[in-house]
Design a protein around this ligand. Structure first.
Ligand SMILES: [Zn+2]
Ligand SMILES: [Zn+2]
Length: 162
């Protein structure tokens, strides 16, 4: 199977990156933290092994904010325009990245696996048909294909070993 290669970047054009392979999972999250951090209805994050992302040009600066699970959430932003490109979350640390799908050159090329935290979605936002939606979080074992679960377990194991 040929793995897809996607590229993307920030709005000012300084940052460019390449992402190799399909994401492990894609979340459309409507939690209040995501709303406050993006100033928008929700965020779409593609979770992938960080070593599958290559920064092609530009510089990123780290911004640490509270994460939903209580641990730190580090956003990596373009140093020039401030656009968030991806995040590292407490559980997987720097090994896993939640890449902002809106920064892909072809953001329609990935589809969320789940819509989460619908309990805090803005009331006029309609939920997409055919994508499982959850009031808060979800059990990935009920949603993700076995090969994706394996990749997630492998990352978690690596993170445990430090
Ligand atoms: Zn969220
Ligand atoms: Zn920029």
């Amino acid at each position: 199977m040929i793995e897809p290669v996607r590229e993307g970047g920030c709005g000012c054009g300084a940052v460019r990156y390449r992402m190799e392979g399909e994401p492990i999972m894609v979340h459309n999250c409507h939690c209040r933290l995501c709303q406050q951090q993006t100033g928008s209805t929700s965020v779409v994050n593609a979770f992938i092994e960080t070593d599958r992302i290559t920064l092609l040009q530009g510089d990123l600066s780290d911004h640490v904010v509270p994460g939903g699970s209580g641990g730190p959430h580090t956003m990596r932003r373009c140093t020039l325009c401030g656009a968030a490109i991806w995040s590292h979350y407490a559980r997987l640390g720097n090994l896993g990245a939640g890449l902002r799908v809106g920064t892909l050159d072809d953001p329609g090329s990935v589809t969320p696996d789940v819509v989460i935290f619908t309990e805090s979605k803005m009331p006029w936002v309609a939920l997409p048909e055919g994508i499982p939606a959850f009031e808060t979080y979800y059990d990935f074992r009920e949603v993700l294909a076995p090969d994706k679960q394996e990749r997630l377990f492998a990352l978690a194991e690596k993170a445990r070993q430090g």
